[in-house]
Ligand binder design. Structure first.
Ligand code: GTP
Length: 399
């Protein structure tokens, strides 16, 4: 059974751009598990796309009045022109109101607003036009307005949305279409209604696939941009982004945020004695060990060569110290000569040190790490007083 699942998985994953990993496959289905930085970049992209289309529609909607003027009676044209002007104002206010801020809910609201404007325009113009007797070309052009639901569903394909999000947005449009058929039940041409509805379902499926494939591509790009290529942990740039974000989130919520600066001891000697490649293997094994033992919500970033920063949201200084003591007990892996890898660690916490910005917090953890080095390495320092430097791992472990 597992072999069949694996086979299906490999086939599907191979069809997705950017060599999607198995753990990431579920992210195409629903947005719940998206890592913070992916969610932020996706929300930004969605709002930017909404803004692009709002801009285009703000220009094109009133321009279409010229066509209305040529084909409709003046009274109808005037009413339609007023409605087009209102739609144009709505698109322009969407453009002004929604700026990308990395928030997913904000992005959902922007999509809903973008879709609501043509929907309301379509319903209102439908009632307006129904009150006039039209024939020939005007009637044929008005008949074309019935394609709006198709356009809306096809428009979904411009957004990197998950399957669930596609379905949630498509459902109201499909339900509205179904209800409009039900209302016209006695006079309905069932064959053409069913054909059109079937086409809508196909377009929904194609848009969902297009959106998910964009998302897969985005995932691969974001992964490349966020991760350190050697160890697979977050890169320094993305680590800084996470800290900046967590700093503002925890400041707003009043919760603590701890940062641990971890610098491996005497790492140069690994390279010197066993070669750079052996050094690389030690770095990879060490980050794997740390990552395996992180708590949910903690983020590890490679800050530089053999320096790492561990970001621990909602963790006060005491909890952070116990977490790092536990990590040292587990160990940071082994050197090629089978001696343990040790690290000097400095910890700082936002509330504990009344930090006003995230850089001060990281600097403090860095300074404390240097004090751990100066104090003899292989230890944790989490305060500024000389008496508080914790003992080397061997003696901590013996307690
Ligand atoms: N193999 C390998 N080595 C690296 C990498 N990045 C940095 N280094 C090495 O890490 C070593 C860091 O050396 P130092 O900064 O002198 O520090 P150290 O030897 O760990 O000594 P202390 O930090 O003082 O305990 C240097 O030899 C770098 O070449 C990497 O990606 N792979």
């Amino acid at each position: 059974m597992n072999r069949i699942v694996d086979l299906v998985w490999h086939r599907l994953a191979g069809l997705m751009p950017g060599e999607l990993r198995q753990a990431e496959f579920g992210w195409l289905g629903a947005p719940y598990q998206h890592p913070l930085l992916l969610a932020r970049r996706r929300a930004t992209l969605i709002v930017n796309r909404v803004r692009l289309f709002a801009y285009l529609f703000a220009v094109l909607t009133p321009l279409w009045s010229i066509v209305d003027f040529l084909i409709f009676p003046v009274v109808l044209w005037l009413d339609l022109a007023l409605m087009r002007f209102a739609a144009c104002v709505a698109f322009a206010s969407l453009l002004m109101e929604y700026k990308p801020n990395g928030n997913t809910l904000h992005a959902y609201r922007a999509i809903a607003f973008l879709f609501a404007i043509p929907t309301v325009f379509d319903i209102a113009s439908h009632f307006l036009i129904a009150s006039h007797q039209l024939a020939d070309t005007p009637a044929a052009i008005v008949g074309g307005y019935a394609f709006l639901p198709f356009v809306l569903l096809a428009g979904l394909s411009i957004f990197p949305l998950t399957l669930l999000e596609n379905l949630i947005i498509a459902c109201p449009i499909l339900i509205l279409q179904f209800v409009s058929g039900y209302v016209r039940w006695p006079t309905l041409d069932w064959a053409s209604f069913a054909g059109a509805f079937w086409l809508l379902l196909i377009i929904t499926g194609m848009s969902a696939l297009a959106g998910m494939s964009q998302l897969a591509f985005m995932l691969a790009l974001v992964r490349q941009a966020l991760r350190d290529p050697l160890t697979g942990t977050f890169s320094r740039n993305s680590g800084e982004e996470v800290i900046e974000l967590q700093f503002s989130v925890t400041r707003r919520s009043g919760k603590p945020l701890a940062i641990a600066f971890i610098d491996l001891d005497h790492f140069k000697s690994v390279n010197d004695r066993f070669g750079h490649e052996a050094g690389d293997h030690v770095l990879i094994a060490t980050t794997e060990t740390i990552s395996r033992n992180l708590r949910r919500g903690d983020v590890l970033a490679r800050w530089g060569g053999e320096e790492f920063v561990l970001i621990m949201p909602n963790t006060d200084i005491k909890e952070a110290e116990s977490a790092l003591v536990r990590l040292r007990h587990i160990g940071f892996g082994m050197r090629p000569d089978n001696t343990p890898v040790t690290a000097s660690i400095g910890i700082a916490e936002r509330i504990d040190m009344h930090a006003q910005d995230w850089k001060t917090l990281v600097d403090k953890a860095d300074q404390r790490m240097y004090r751990a080095k100066q104090g003899g390495r292989d230890r944790i320092v989490c305060t500024d007083g000389p008496e508080t430097a914790s003992q080397p791992a061997s003696s901590v472990a013996s307690h």
